[in-house]
Ligand binder design. Structure first.
Ligand code: NAP
Length: 427
């Protein structure tokens, strides 16, 4: 090697599952001279992963691999906020080695502390793959849109939920049957709670918010609701009203602090994000100078996620440095979480009521008493003595008032099921 040409960085990969194997394949297919795969670690050495890692050293202990003096850079693809994944990342940083991770749970829980440690040690910590898989959203916010103050950021951050909601709409089937099918096809885990209860999307939102607003990562400050209670009937009413139902993560600054929320939303059908369907993800950033920027692509899977991991590796190998969360970790602002009860927006509400005289008057009285003003009301069908759906949409109102009104409505003896409420987003 000639004078002035640096030797390639010696890379260690901890975790050879879906993403780890994808990264190995990508490096072998589109390899470059900046990094060389020097070591790997997983639990089961004998497992056939369909990849050739014979030339790399094998470690049973991924943490020992991270500390090994012959390793320059560590890629963590084990997963989980604690345990081995955290140990590997902390050990690498302690040794001043740059880390690339796809681990959203880890970054959402410990991102600020890890970024501080990385910066103290002068080592990079990169996590593009942790948010929206193959979509280069972190780089876009941190670099391409660096000159902007963000007014809002939101997106479809979980492909499993988007697949389920899309399939429910297209096939007019209910949640449980579509979830079962998604599990059979491998789009949903056997234990789907992480995805369908909104936790995975919240992990990603916590990271995105920090990059967009320069705030310390605050996963616990996120209001999280999943999609289990979305019914085929709500999806049908949404269509009638000109909306589609999407699970969104949204963040913005308010005078009370940072509002971060993940929940099903009524999204106007005319907006581009309403048409991001199936397993696709999308992120919208609203910058004060750039305006609205929409990024769309594959949010998971071996290849897209590997694409993001290797892009981070190339940045580190080429010594392209930016602070972990766009500003130095020590300068991240500790913003209070803006309480959800102060959220202001429009609401969709579906009630199942006994079709009896006076029932609508009781419902509208509860809304009036809480100063919730109605935009529309649909009563579908007439079936005296049987339950019929009544759907309301409201003008902008405060969440606390809406919830008080719904509590009162839920207590009416003509209202059969708990009211279903979905927030209508002005996008
Ligand atoms: N899958 C995706 O599409 C996707 C997308 C974006 C981000 N991510 C993130 O990427 C990370 C990896 O996800 P994945 O889907 O690739 O997971 P996965 O398929 O379950 O793979 C995890 C890997 O970690 C290994 N492992 C577990 N404990 C270990 C330990 N103590 N020491 C060394 N290796 C250990 C496993 O070894 P064995 O194979 O021997 O069991 C396995 O190879 C997670 O943080 C995930 O959130 C995944």
């Amino acid at each position: 090697m000639g004078a002035g040409v640096k030797p390639p960085l010696r890379l260690a990969i901890a975790g050879l599952g879906t993403v780890g194997a994808g990264v190995v394949r990508l490096l072998q297919q589109n390899g470059n001279l900046l990094v060389v795969l020097a070591a790997v670690s997983a639990r089961d050495r004998a497992r056939d992963r369909g990849i050739d890692v014979a030339a790399a050293r094998w470690f049973d202990d991924a943490t020992a691999m991270a500390a090994d003096p012959d390793i320059d850079i560590v890629v963590e693809l084990i997963g989980g906020a604690e345990g081995s994944a955290r140990g590997v990342v902390e050990t690498a940083l302690e040794h001043g080695k740059p880390v690339v991770t796809a681990n959203k749970a880890l970054m959402a829980r410990h991102g600020t502390a890890l970024a501080l440690r990385a910066e103290e040690k002068g080592a990079g910590l990169a996590f593009e793959a942790a948010v929206a898989g193959g979509i280069p959203v972190i780089k876009t916010l941190r670099e391409g849109l660096a000159a902007n103050t963000f007014t809002r950021i939101y997106g479809i951050l979980n492909g499993t939920c988007n697949y389920i909601l899309t399939t429910m709409r297209e096939s007019r089937r209910d949640f449980a049957s579509v979830l079962a099918e998604a599990q059979k096809l491998g789009y949903a885990e056997a234990d789907p709670g992480f995805d369908i209860d909104g936790i995975d999307a919240a992990h990603k939102l916590a990271i995105l918010s920090s990059v967009a607003f320069g705030s310390a990562v605050d996963f616990d400050g996120i209001h999280v609701e999943g999609i289990r209670h979305i019914s085929a009937l709500d999806i049908e009413f949404a269509a009638d009203l000109g909306y589609r139902i999407k699970l969104l993560g949204l963040a913005r600054l308010t005078e009370r602090g940072i509002e971060q929320r993940v929940h099903p939303c009524m999204v106007p059908r005319a907006t581009p994000i309403a048409h991001v369907d199936g397993v696709f993800n999308a992120v919208v950033a609203e910058g004060d100078f750039a305006g609205r920027v929409l990024l769309q692509g594959r949010g998971a899977g071996a290849e897209p996620t590997a694409s993001a991991v290797v892009a981070d590796l190339l940045d580190i190998a080429a010594e392209r440095r930016t602070p972990t969360f766009a500003v130095p970790a020590s300068a991240l602002r500790k913003l209070p979480a803006s309480p959800m009860l102060h959220h202001e927006g429009a609401y969709y509400v579906r009630l199942m009521v006994f079709d009896r005289p006076g029932v609508i008057a009781d419902i509208t009285a509860a809304l009036r008493d809480e100063q919730v003003s109605l935009e529309s009301m649909i009563q579908r069908g007439r079936a005296p003595g049987e339950a019929v759906p009544v759907v309301l949409t409201t003008h902008i109102t405060e969440e606390a008032a809406m919830r008080r009104a719904l509590d009162r409505i839920a207590g009416l003896d003509t209202v059969l099921e708990p009211p279903r409420m979905i927030r209508i987003e002005d996008l």
